[in-house]
Write a new protein. Structure first.
Length: 370
């Protein structure tokens, strides 16, 4: 099945007329003007066929919930559109949106629709009973017609479309992986998709995955614990074509197991996105000092964010992986062990810190402007 990419320009391309002497060869001056118009006018106007300008990806934008449906047990899918129905910024498989919820919470959700659809974004959110409240707010408040502020799209999990790929999704981890599978199929590369979960009812977009499998026989495998038992990481990686790049998203235990088993596999590279914070490696105990003078000890196995949230549950956070910047705080004194993927050298020199991942040396005291 071919995939259509939309190309929109406000003016139709016209063939230059003959030159002023009636000769069949086009006049060079008019041809030059036509070429400039074809390049410059679409660039400065960039309107869609309805006369709307596309939104800008770098700024907060308000979108509308156009449709809403449950696609698995406790998983709701939302289709978000611009209030005026205009174009949305482009995105690539692996991208996500930052949702700024009415409560003040900020959460990130992967885009799981079709990048060729410039008029809607699709996300899917599983209700987490023991989560931080973001998923519950999405399920309860984001009904059809509701408006939500977003930032993005941004991509911290880009799909490079390697010649051979194995795509592994655990449960709701299918959301960034499904567009990758479609992209791989469209590009005609050697690909395999594995979707794992507890039961078939728990797997989101099961029918879409099934259709993808029917269109591309032998490319899609669904493994559920109740029907097949829980597969080992080695068994999953064994399905990769020799020399394939592996892309995976899912629960932390699954990702940790895949990382441990990957060196013994025939894979070329491992790319992954986590649901939650990565385990702390080589952590040392240190102390946070607040403006009030109170000191909060940070154990070796906990993040500064966890300690701050224990003290104040309203402490803002989102990705817990050091790339969104929501938990950024200013450090007034002390030396930070920066472990983020967001801050610039200048921001670090100015005392900024992402408390979800960055730490300090053993015995160090970081005085925070909070």
């Amino acid at each position: 099945m071919s995939r259509q990419h939309e190309s929109i320009a406000p003016l139709d391309r016209l063939t230059p007329p003959p030159d002023l002497y009636g000769r069949p060869r086009p006049d060079r001056y008019l041809a030059g003007l036509d070429w400039i118009a074809s390049k410059y006018v679409p660039l400065v106007t960039r309107k869609d066929r309805y006369g709307s300008r596309p939104l800008e990806p770098g700024n907060p934008q308000e979108l509308v919930v156009a449709t809403r449906e449950f696609v698995a047990d406790d998983v709701v899918s939302l289709r978000l559109t611009a209030p005026g129905g205009g174009l949305l910024p482009r995105w690539q498989p692996g991208a996500h949106l930052d949702l700024h919820l009415a409560s003040g919470l900020k959460r990130q959700y992967s885009l799981c629709g079709d990048p060729a659809d410039r008029y809607a974004y699709r996300i899917a959110v599983r209700l987490l009973a023991n989560g931080g409240g973001g998923s519950a707010e999405v399920h309860k408040e984001l009904t059809v017609g509701a408006r939500v502020e977003i930032r993005g799209p941004r991509n911290a999990f880009p799909f490079a479309a390697d010649k051979k790929v194995l795509l592994i999704a655990g449960g709701i981890g299918l959301t960034p992986i499904l567009p990758m599978a479609r992209e791989a199929a469209w590009r005609g590369i050697d690909w395999q998709l594995i979707h794992t979960g507890r039961t078939r009812d728990s797997l989101p977009f099961a029918e879409e995955v099934a259709r993808l499998g029917r269109r591309h026989p032998g490319k899609v495998t669904v493994l559920t614990d109740d029907e097949h038992g829980m597969p080992s990481a080695a068994e999953l990686l064994a399905r990769a074509p020799e020399g394939a790049a592996v892309y995976c998203c899912g629960p932390t235990p699954m990702l940790d197991a895949l990382q441990a088993a990957f060196p013994a596999s025939g894979g070329k590279a491992l790319h992954f996105e986590r649901f939650s914070a990565a385990p702390i490696v080589d952590g040392k105990p240190f102390t946070l000092k607040l403006r009030s003078g109170r000191e909060l000890p940070v154990p070796a196995d906990k993040s500064a964010l966890e300690v701050l949230r224990d003290d104040n549950p309203g402490t803002p956070y989102s990705c817990q992986q050091g790339f969104c910047g929501v938990c950024k705080l200013r450090v007034l004194s002390g030396t930070v062990d920066h472990r983020d993927r967001k801050l610039t050298d200048r921001e670090r020199a100015n005392g900024e810190m992402l408390v979800c991942v960055s730490r300090a040396d053993e015995g160090e005291c970081l005085e925070l402007d909070v």
